[in-house]
Design a protein around this ligand. Structure first.
Ligand code: BG6
Length: 501
C-alpha cells in the first residue's frame, strides 16, 4: 500500500454482510484493485462481519477465489499476502446480538491501536434493506459512530425504502442517529466512468452546452438493456421489479445529470442541488398518461443464441402467478424552461437481446432544411453516449458522399474510450469506496433526490396496480414487448441503439 496516499484516509473498512454476494463479487475485488493501483493508505484493514462461523484464514481463502475471478488486476503471491493479512472476519448476528456490537467495538479499538487507523471507520451495509436501521441504531447505541476521534461514515446499499412512505420513515429514523453528511447512499451508476463523463462532455465543450435545450433537442432517450434475468435474486426482485430496481435509482440518476442546469461549481452540494430540481420538474403520471405513455413487461420463456431460457415466473423464489415487472418503457417530460416539450423516452429490461446502457440526444433538424431537395431525407444529428459495456460516444452528423453527385450520408465522429484505455476504467465500486474515504459525497445520493424520485415512481406504481397487463408479454432474448416499439413509433420517432442504425 502506498506511502504517498493521504493518511487522512487511514481507516477500518467494516462490512456488514461479509459473506454476501456483493462483498464477494464487488467489494473485496474492488478494494484489491485499489491496493494494486496503490490508492489505499498504508493504514487500512477490512473487518468483514457475517452470521456464519469462519476463521480469518477460511474467509481469506474464500476471498482469494473471488479476487482472482472479479478483480481487474491479476493476483500475485506477494500482493495477496500483503492484502489478505489485512482482512479479518468476525461472526455475530448483527440483527439481534447487541452484545456482539460491544465485542466488535472493542475488537475495532484494538485494531485501531495496532494499525494506527486514527478512529476512522467506514461501515458498509451490504445487507438487506430491512437491516439498515437496526444496524445504524446499534452502532449509535454502542457509540461506534459520531465519536470524538476520527471520522465514521456509513455506506448504504440500495434500495433505500420500498416506497415514498417507507423511505421517509427510514430517513427520519436514521437522521436522528447520524448526520446526513456521514451517510453515503450508494447508486453504483454514479461511479461509472461514462456517467461521470456526462458532466465533462456537457460543460467542457462549447459545441454542446449552447444547444442543450428544447430549441435544439428533439428528444432524449435512455436505454438500459440487460441480457441477464433475475439470477439468484428472485426473492428480492419480487419486491422491487424493474421500477424500483433500475428506474428509481440508476436511470433517474442518469437523467438528472443529462438534464440539470450547470451547477455553481463541481462541489457535491452544488451538483445535488441541480439534480434535485430536475427530479422536482419531472412530470408524474396520471391514469391517462400512464395508459398512453407507459409499457410494462415481464419475460416469458425464450431463446438467446440458441440457448433456451426460462420465463420470470419459473425463476427460483418467484411466484408462478407473479405480476412483477421486468421491463418498462415510458415517455415523460421535464417541465421546466430548458426542457419544456422535449419528450424523454426511457426503456429498461431484463432478458433482452443485448447488454447495453446508452443515452441518446437526438437533435432537431435545421429549420429550412427542406428547401434543399438534396437534404430532404437526411437524418437528425445524434449524440450517442455509450455507458456500457463499451465506453465512449459518437456524434452522428451528415456529410457529402464522395462522388460526382451531390448525395448526403450520415457519418459518425466516434470516440471509443474502451479502446483508448483498455481495462483502465476503474470499477464503479472502486471509485465509490475511494470517494467515500475522501469524503466526496457527489457520487452518492442525497435524501431529497431520493424523495423526489420515489414520488415519480409511485405515480407509475399507483396506475400499474389498476392496469396490470397479461404477463408474460415478451419472450426472453428479445427487444421487449411490441408495445414499447409502438410507444415511440406513434410519435414518428424510433429507439436508437449504441451502434449506428
Ligand atoms: C443493480 C440491480 O443495482 O444494477 C441489478 O439490482 C442490475 O438488478 C444491476 O442487474 C445492473 O448494474 P450494471 O452495472 O450491471 O449495469
Amino acid at each position: 500500500m502506498e506511502g504517498n496516499v493521504n493518511q487522512e484516509l487511514s481507516n477500518i473498512f467494516v462490512i456488514f454482510g461479509g459473506t454476501g454476494d456483493l462483498t464477494k463479487r464487488k467489494l473485496i475485488p474492488a478494494i484489491f484493485s485499489l491496493m494494486y493501483e496503490e490508492k489505499l493508505p498504508e493504514n487500512f484493514i477490512i473487518v468483514a462481519i457475517g452470521r456464519r462461523v469462519k476463521t480469518n484464514e477460511e474467509y481469506r481463502k474464500e476471498m482469494y477465489e473471488y479476487v482472482e475471478k472479479f478483480s481487474r488486476f491479476p493476483i500475485n503471491d506477494e500482493l495477496w499476502i500483503l492484502f489478505s493479512k489485512r482482512i479479518f472476519y468476525k461472526n455475530f448476528d448483527f440483527t439481534s446480538d447487541n452484545h456482539g456490537y460491544k465485542k466488535l467495538d472493542s475488537f475495532l479499538e484494538t485494531m485501531e491501536m495496532k494499525y494506527s487507523t486514527m478512529g476512522n471507520r467506514l461501515y458498509y451495509l451490504a445487507v438487506a434493506p430491512e437491516f439498515f436501521e437496526g444496524i445504524i441504531r446499534n452502532l449509535k447505541n454502542n457509540s461506534m459512530v459520531c465519536k470524538d476521534i476520527g471520522w465514521q461514515r456509513i455506506m448504504i446499499e440500495k434500495p433505500f425504502g420500498s416506497s415514498l412512505e417507507t423511505a421517509r420513515i427510514l430517513n427520519r429514523n436514521i437522521s436522528k442517529l447520524i448526520p446526513e453528511e456521514d451517510i453515503f447512499r450508494i447508486d453504483h451508476y454514479l461511479g461509472k466512468e461514462m456517467i461521470q463523463n456526462i458532466l465533462a462532455i456537457r460543460f467542457g465543450n462549447s459545441l454542446f452546452e449552447p444547444q442543450w435545450n428544447a430549441n435544439y433537442i428533439d428528444n432524449i432517450q435512455i436505454t438500459s438493456n440487460e441480457l441477464l434475468g433475475v439470477e439468484s435474486r428472485g426473492g428480492y426482485y419480487e419486491n422491487t421489479g424493474i421500477l424500483k430496481d433500475m428506474l428509481q435509482n440508476h436511470i433517474l440518476q442518469m437523467l438528472t445529470l443529462i438534464a440539470m442546469e450547470p451547477p455553481l461549481d463541481l462541489e457535491p452540494e452544488s451538483i445535488r442541488d441541480e439534480k434535485v430540481k430536475v427530479l422536482r420538474s419531472l412530470r408524474v403520471f396520471t391514469a391517462e398518461s400512464f395508459r398512453e405513455d407507459v409499457v410494462m413487461g415481464q419475460y416469458g420463456t425464450g431463446t438467446y443464441n440458441d440457448v433456451e431460457m426460462i420465463g420470470y415466473r419459473e425463476e427460483d423464489s418467484v411466484s408462478k402467478v407473479s405480476n412483477t415487472d421486468t421491463f418498462i418503457a415510458l415517455k415523460t417530460y421535464i417541465d421546466n424552461f430548458r426542457w419544456g416539450g422535449v419528450p424523454i423516452y426511457i426503456r429498461a429490461g431484463k432478458r433482452m437481446n443485448n447488454k447495453s446502457t446508452v443515452i441518446v440526444i437526438q437533435f432537431k433538424k435545421l429549420r429550412g432544411i427542406n428547401y434543399y431537395k438534396e437534404f430532404k431525407h437526411i437524418p437528425n444529428n445524434l449524440l450517442v453516449l455509450k455507458i456500457q459495456p463499451e465506453e465512449g460516444f459518437f456524434f452522428q452528423i451528415n456529410a457529402k458522399k464522395p462522388g460526382s453527385e451531390f448525395k448526403m450520408e450520415k457519418v459518425q465522429l466516434d470516440y471509443c474510450q474502451s479502446c483508448k484505455y483498455f481495462n483502465d476504467s476503474p470499477e464503479a465500486y472502486e471509485k465509490l469506496i475511494l470517494e467515500a474515504l475522501r469524503n466526496n459525497s457527489s457520487l452518492f445520493t442525497r435524501w431529497d433526490e431520493l424523495e423526489h424520485s420515489w414520488e415519480f415512481i409511485e405515480s407509475i406504481e399507483k396506475q400499474f396496480k389498476d392496469n396490470i397487463p397479461n404477463y408474460p408479454n415478451y419472450s426472453a432474448g428479445t427487444q421487449g414487448p411490441e408495445a414499447a416499439i409502438d410507444l415511440i413509433k406513434k410519435d414518428g420517432r424510433q429507439w436508437w441503439n449504441a451502434t449506428p442504425n
